[in-house]
Design a protein around this ligand. Structure first.
Ligand code: HEM
Length: 545
């Protein structure tokens, strides 16, 4: 049994816990992970870094530091821009692929933003959510949490393993070259101007990295890096930067417009490239128009992944935001099954109020709706306000004979598919010792020798296979970037250890020395030899069983 300490810590934290065996579709696992990071209210991990929006988290482990004149939300948006803009849609190369991690020593990538962002994101990487997905999620979260528009969030990006081409425009870059760089990434002149205005509504230019643009006179004890903001509302995603520029008020469009050093007036060169037509149009369109333009341009930016098929979007503004999470299936030696977990309901604007209870009905293995139900009460734990509204949690437990099995749950008129043909048996699997409580601090780098027992139930007809193969995906440090790479070289052979009801039970214990950071990012797939995996993306260190 997994220790109760781990289970308790997971429940309290409500983070890093999205795991289970719903279907064997890896894409569904990616969506589930993104939903968890993006939508869960108690997810102190991901969006707390940009809460409040002016916050700066030093991901080297020293926590918030708001005296540097730095802003995590702005760094996340800038990181995505620098990663994406070297894309070439004609040669189908580059794009949002986390290659920025290998490129931080280039002159065109001056500043700590990129390693700040990637180091923070590296606590969340796993086999279903890549670093490039996390960079995209960083934009979506930062913009959404700072008052900006909803941006559809898809997953499945593939991380680069080497540096990509150069070609990020610098403030010194001439207009023609800048427009060619953006054009190769699929953005015309109008798009380029609007995207830059959308990017330059948060954060600013730092004197310690761009003294040629802003000097160092802004440096102070509360602004150690000497930031000069783009507009007066540095921590809000809004149209102010555009209106300031068009009406020549406030910060007049920011330092890359107003700097006396003509060579680095890159925003002024861009905004006047079409005689201010784009900036005037946005200003006249007003706040809602700015938001919708930015949403679609940011979506195009984070979906510039030539040759990659992305998942369907996670859409928090959909009103059917009832989703299962942390669902575990167990079968004991007497042939009794237990399905336990939770449903999450995000009460987005316009959605019905959260019900006080949910009735959860079992659909058996044959697809027939049964009379086995559970009443899940709204829980005060794991409840709070996420970016898109109050988030509520309902925990449930359903018990039934293994001969009945499960293929889905019916809740509030919706059906959620599960599979019970092969699953990590939550009741019999365990990890020892429990990893330290999850946090995004360097304490998580301490290495522990873990013993991981993976016990799998397999529904067999005829002769049960003699063994199963487990393949573990573990985030490993890689040379040249702070972004880990997923390593799948650790495997284990699960031996047949017994039978219960219609199931054969297989088990193996694997010893592995891992940091807690690696442990939380570890998942396992299990397959019958020669077949595709029947268990996909089970996170052994997060299992509450
Ligand atoms: C020709 C195009 C662009 C140039 C030359 C440019 C240049 C710069 C420079 C020099 C800074 C100051 C960085 C620092 O001091 O830390 C900056 C900040 C920033 N840029 Fe751009 N940029 C361009 C386009 C964009 C675009 C398209 C986006 C987003 C889609 C973007 C997002 C940001 C953000 C969010 C910041 C603030 C970073 C912070 O406060 O840490 N930029 N940009």
């Amino acid at each position: 049994m997994l220790t109760s300490y781990l289970y308790t810590s997971i429940c309290l934290l409500g983070l890093q816990t999205a795991t289970a065996q719903y279907t064997t579709d890896p894409t569904a696992a990616t969506i589930r992970e993104i939903e968890h990071l993006y939508l869960d209210a108690a997810n102190a991990g991901f969006f707390s870094a940009v809460t409040p929006c002016t916050n700066y988290v030093n991901p080297q482990g020293t926590g918030p530091n708001n005296n540097l004149g730095r802003q995590t939300a702005a760094e996340w948006v800038r990181t995505a821009f620098h990663d994406f803009v070297t894309a070439n849609i004609y040669t189908e190369s580059g794009g949002l692929d986390a290659s920025i991690g290998f490129e931080t020593t280039r002159d065109e990538n001056v500043g700590v933003a990129f390693n700040d962002a990637l180091t923070f994101f590296s606590y969340f990487i796993n086999n279903r959510v890549s670093m490039s997905d996390l960079i995209a999620l960083g934009v979506v979260t930062a913009v959404g949490n700072c008052g900006g528009p909803h941006i559809p969030m898809r997953g499945n990006r593939i991380d680069a393993t080497v540096a990509g081409p150069s070609g990020v425009p610098r403030p010194e870059t001439d207009l023609q070259t800048t427009l060619v760089d953006f054009s190769n990434a699929g953005f015309n002149e109008d798009d380029t101007i609007a995207l830059t205005a959308c990017g330059h509504t948060m954060g600013g230019v730092h004197g310690n990295t761009f003294p040629q643009a802003v000097g160092t006179s802004a440096e102070s004890s509360t602004n150690a890096d000497g930031r000069v903001p783009f507009d007066e509302t540095v921590g809000v995603f809004d149209i102010t930067v555009v209106d300031d520029y068009v009406h020549w008020t406030g910060d007049k469009g920011g330092p890359l417009v107003t700097t006396p050093n003509k060579t680095v007036q890159s925003d002024l060169r861009l905004y006047t490239a079409d005689r201010n037509a784009t900036m005037n149009r946005i200003s006249q369109g007003g706040a809602a128009y700015f938001a919708s333009q930015c949403s679609s341009l940011f979506q195009r930016m984070i979906e510039t992944v030539p040759g990659t098929k992305l998942t369907t979007p996670v859409d928090p503004t959909a009103t059917t935001n009832l989703k299962p999470y942390n669902v575990y299936l167990a079968v004991d030696w007497k042939g009794n099954m237990v399905l336990s977990g939770a449903f999450r309901y995000v009460q987005v604007a316009g959605a019905a109020a959260a019900p006080s209870t949910l009735t959860i009905t079992l659909i058996d293995r044959a697809g027939k709706t049964t009379t086995t139900t559970a009443t899940a009460k709204i829980s005060s734990a794991d409840t709070g306000t996420a970016i898109w509204g109050p988030t509520h949690s309902y925990t449930f437990t359903l018990s039934f004979p293994a001969t009945v099995g499960v293929s889905g749950l019916s809740v509030s008129g919706q059906t959620f598919a599960f599979q019970d043909t092969m699953f990590v048996n939550a009741g019999l699997s365990h990890v020892s010792p429990a990893p330290m409580q999850f946090s995004t601090t360097t304490a998580m780098n301490t290495v522990t020798a873990f013993s991981v027992n993976t016990t799998v139930a397999y529904l067999y007809t005829g002769t049960a296979p003699t063994s199963l193969t487990a393949t573990y995906a573990i985030p490993m440090p890689q040379t040249g970037t702070v972004s880990p790479a997923m390593d799948t070289s650790t495997t284990a052979t699960l031996a047949l250890v017994g039978k219960t009801g219609p199931y054969a039970i297989y088990s193996a214990s694997t010893k592995k020395s891992l940091s807690a950071k690696q442990a939380y990012g570890t998942s396992v797939d299990v397959a019958v030899a020669g077949q595709s995996a029947g268990v996909v993306f089970f996170k052994p260190f997060n299992a509450g069983a």
